[in-house]
Write a protein that binds this ligand. Structure first.
Ligand code: S3P
Length: 433
């Protein structure tokens, strides 16, 4: 499937984007390992989260739904998973493979984890290393999937200083820690999303955070819970940028998760001059939520503060489009993690920006973007959902038509993106390749 976008348009109205991907994954994982039933609403019915559902079904967990975002998980307890009949294929989902590696390291059965062509290129050494230190037996050629995990290892708690700011690695180690003898603790070079810690507490499991040392003791129990998944700020980000760059726009995004470890996109856009207001701030099931109003405002280029990078890590494709539409130069550094996402997002975005005639210079750990007029052209997405959505919204300020190739992966995080975007004013049509 490809998206064809006519240039121009304004973004207005009200919308609730699909549920948070990170929280949806964790709701299935912890619900499956809990005692009793877990009911989830607002669940993301995207391919990545569905891959997590399928993996737990394959390990004997009864999961009803999702239907209209409702899921019911009949937990089997921390020791109730069964050996799957075949390798678990988690598709495109880095979160599933990295978090599952941690919790499967503590089981008494062997398991193999694999995924699609893009996932098979992504680095897994970052989870293999701490798990091996805990006593797990995990192998993967060149540190890439497929990963083989041997059952029956006695895990021991360790302290792990994360070498990179990664919530997936942090979560992997903490989930293995549920099965380890003694305490498992981690420190991170910069705060990353804390949904695992929050949700563990919501399931009645004690997680301590003292002066940045996050820790838990193995051998406890999880109690089934009710989870209301907020709308994903990473999906909302495309519309925060879309409304900011398209003159005349005025949009309300409802029920968006505004966890402080996720709001880098709001902070960065605000520094660029965006008109963003949080309304009706509230807490839903341990996660802060708000309605967000965003109106068009002329943006200016900035030097992105490095402390915001982990807090906006998935939002840079959208933010690069904001930078392309801003007056002046935007500089991003300290973002080497972008090179190992679903695609090398620095290279993929630089290529597309060049196609549209936007001046840019690629750095090892970031990019320099000079705002200016956007032309049109054909964009390659490298099978990356967020590259596809970023260049779709760029059409609002383009002078000619944009064709975004290979958009099937949009469904991993944002099923129905094109229909929702069309309803809000983006002139997009989806065409079969
Ligand atoms: C995620 C963590 C981030 C993010 C990914 C989801 C999570 O990855 O990019 O989309 O749910 O823990 P890293 O841990 O690799 O930074």
């Amino acid at each position: 499937m490809e998206f064809k976008l006519m240039p121009g348009g304004t973004i207005s109205g009200e919308a609730r984007v699909p549920g948070d991907k990170s929280i949806s994954h964790r709701s299935i994982m912890l619900g499956a390992l809990a005692e009793g039933t877990t009911r989830v609403s607002g669940f993301l019915e995207g391919e990545d989260a569905l891959a997590t559902v399928a993996a737990f079904r394959a390990m004997g967990v009864r999961i009803e739904g999702p239907e209209d975002g409702e899921v019911e998980i009949h937990g089997v307890g921390l020791h109730g998973l069964k050996a799957p009949a075949r390798a678990l294929d988690v598709g495109n989902s880095g979160t599933t493979i990295r978090l599952l590696s941690g919790l499967l390291a503590g089981q008494d059965f062997d398991v193999e984890l694999t995924g699609d062509a893009s996932l098979q290129k992504r680095p897994m050494g970052r989870v293999m290393e701490p798990l091996a230190r805990m006593g797990a037996q995990i192998t993967g050629a060149d540190g890439k999937p497929p990963l083989k995990i041997a059952g029956g290892s006695a895990l021991k708690g360790i302290h792990y200083d994360l070498p990179m700011a990664s919530a997936q690695v942090k979560s992997c180690v903490l989930l293995a820690g549920l099965y380890a003898e003694g305490r498992t603790s981690v420190t991170e070079p910069a705060p990353t999303r804390d949904h695992t810690e929050r949700m563990l507490r919501g399931f009645g499991y004690e997680v301590k955070n003292s002066n940045g040392v996050i820790s838990l003791a193995g051998g406890g129990q999880l109690q089934g819970a009710e989870i209301d998944v907020p709308a994903d700020i990473s999906s909302a980000a495309f519309f925060l940028v879309a409304a900011s760059i398209a003159p005349g726009s005025d949009l309300l995004l409802t029920h968006v998760g505004i966890n402080p470890t996720r709001i880098g996109v709001i902070n960065i856009l605000t520094l660029m001059g965006a008109d963003i207001q949080l309304k009706h701030e509230r807490e839903v099931g341990g996660e802060p939520v708000a309605d967000i109003r965003v109106r068009y405002a002329p943006l200016k280029g900035i030097e992105i503060p490095e402390d915001q990078v982990p807090l906006a890590i998935d939002e840079f494709p959208a933010l690069f489009i904001a930078a392309a539409c801003a007056e002046g130069r935007t500089i991003l550094r300290g973002a080497e993690e972008l090179r190992v996402k679903e695609s090398d997002r620095i290279a993929a975005m630089a290529e597309g920006l060049t196609t549209l005639g936007v001046g840019n210079e690629v750095l090892d750990d970031g990019i320099i973007i000079d705002g200016g007029p956007l032309g049109g052209g054909v964009i390659h997405t490298y099978h990356d959902h967020r590259i596809a959505m970023a260049f779709s919204i760029a059409a609002l300020r383009a002078e000619q038509e944009i064709r975004v190739l290979d958009c099937d992966h949009v469904a991993t995080s944002f099923p129905g993106f094109d229909a929702l975007a069309r309803g809000l004013g983006l002139q997009v049509s989806a065409l079969a390749d």
